[in-house]
Design a binder for this molecule. Structure first.
Ligand SMILES: [Mn+2]
Length: 395
């Protein structure tokens, strides 16, 4: 039986490009989080802690920072800590793992360059030696067939799932567990917790690094009864800060209701001082409303650790302006009329549009946006965009 914590992507020394002003707080939060990971490991009495790459943000981390990480990991003694070099901290001649600070690590902290064995398991790593590669890191390793131990592979890279990886980002074939005959494949690199199948997992980064992460902030507690048995994997939340994105699509005429609903949602967010909030406004609104909304949104700034307001709202032209534009060109007038008719008829009988309007709308959708479920909205947007294009062309 083996029981261990699988984690990765601690990114200690985090550069925090997305929220640079609070970089220090973000870097500090990571230390708070790794202390929590140590607490979990001690509380659960695990056999070892496995860090599957990118413990450090880069190979240029200060000796003081390295020392701080080592003192947290020293708390685990004598529980072994296995550290795999990832693409952020590859094992190069100038690697952080070849530096003086790291070399003072006590013996229970072990760099995974070669296979290691515990009483019931064998861990085969594929350490990274560079920042990018088209080679599958799992292609370099295999398990000895004579071992009657639980087989664990430690890899850092991107599962080669169509649309989810870059070709030079250490692509890992999704059949990795079957191919290696591994009981468990401990992956690192993706920042959200992700289960590919019973035997292949990403724990994700224990401390979020971006608004785009949907499922970060966890470590995995893995238990495997014996060779060939299915792992039992439990997700444990350890994050210190929360990155949240709230968005609303404004519609002319109902901007206020939409914004109010958004503000109520934001009001309900717990632990605001520990939250980074991004508000994204899209759609159309009149200029005065956009100015007013700024006042409301700015008031939120002091409640949150960090606030990023993204206004991607397009100005909604006044009806008179639309008429004026239409009067300026017969062609535009015709197109607008067509689109507005279409919008009206679609709003009148939602979901029962004729083949002809479906075809026209299909063209509109391809050109102007992706609203497969709301054809009337697509038509309306097309009118707005047409007006906008014509306006900017005029001036
Ligand atoms: Mn990585």
């Amino acid at each position: 039986m083996v029981r261990f914590i699988h984690t990765a992507d601690w990114q200690i020394g985090f550069e925090a490009r997305e929220a640079a002003e609070i970089g220090d707080e973000l870097r500090e939060a990571r230390f708070e989080t790794i202390e929590k990971i140590a607490d979990v490991a001690l509380r659960e009495g695990v056999d070892f802690l496995l860090i599957a790459g990118d413990l450090f943000e880069s190979n240029l981390i200060s000796p003081q920072t390295v020392h701080r990480v080592l003192s947290t990991l020293t708390r685990l003694h004598p529980i072994p800590v296995f550290v795999l070099p990832g693409n952020h901290d590859p094992y190069t001649p100038s690697s952080i793992y070849q530096g003086k600070a790291w070399n003072r690590a006590p013996d229970h902290i072990k760099l995974l360059l070669e296979p290691v064995e515990t009483s019931d398991s064998v861990i085969i790593p594929s350490p990274l030696y560079q920042k990018n590669s088209r080679e599958d890191p799992s292609s370099r390793i295999s398990f000895p067939s004579d071992k009657e131990k639980i087989k664990i592979a430690a890899l850092h890279g991107s599962l080669a799932i169509e649309g989810m990886y870059e070709h030079d980002d250490f692509p890992i074939s999704p059949d990795v567990a079957e191919r290696l005959g591994a009981d468990y494949v401990a992956l690192g690199h993706w920042h959200s917790t992700f289960r590919l199948n019973d035997r292949v997992y990403y724990p994700g980064t224990p401390e979020p690094t971006s608004f785009s992460e949907r499922r970060s902030g966890n470590v995995l507690l893995v238990e495997i009864e014996g060779p060939g048995k299915l792992p039992e994997v439990k997700e444990i939340e350890v994050k210190t800060l929360t990155w949240q994105e709230k968005s609303a699509e404004l519609r002319p005429g109902s901007e206020k209701d939409i914004l109010d609903a958004l503000l109520r949602e934001i009001e309900d967010i717990p632990q605001k001082r520990r939250t980074l909030l991004r508000i994204r406004l899209t759609g159309f609104a009149d200029p005065e409303f956009i100015r007013d909304s700024e006042v409301y949104l700015e008031q939120l700034r002091e409640d949150f650790l960090y606030l990023d307001i993204r206004k991607e709202v397009k100005l909604a032209p006044e009806p008179q302006k639309l008429e004026k534009i239409a009067a300026g060109s017969l062609l535009i007038k015709e197109i607008m009329k067509e689109l507005l008719n279409l919008k009206d008829s679609l709003e009148g009988r939602r979901g029962k549009s004729s083949d002809e309007s479906e075809r026209l709308l299909e063209t509109v959708r391809k050109k102007f946006g992706d609203h497969p479920l709301d054809l009337a909205k697509a038509a309306e947007e097309a009118v707005m965009l047409l007006a906008e294009l014509t306006l900017s062309h005029d001036t």
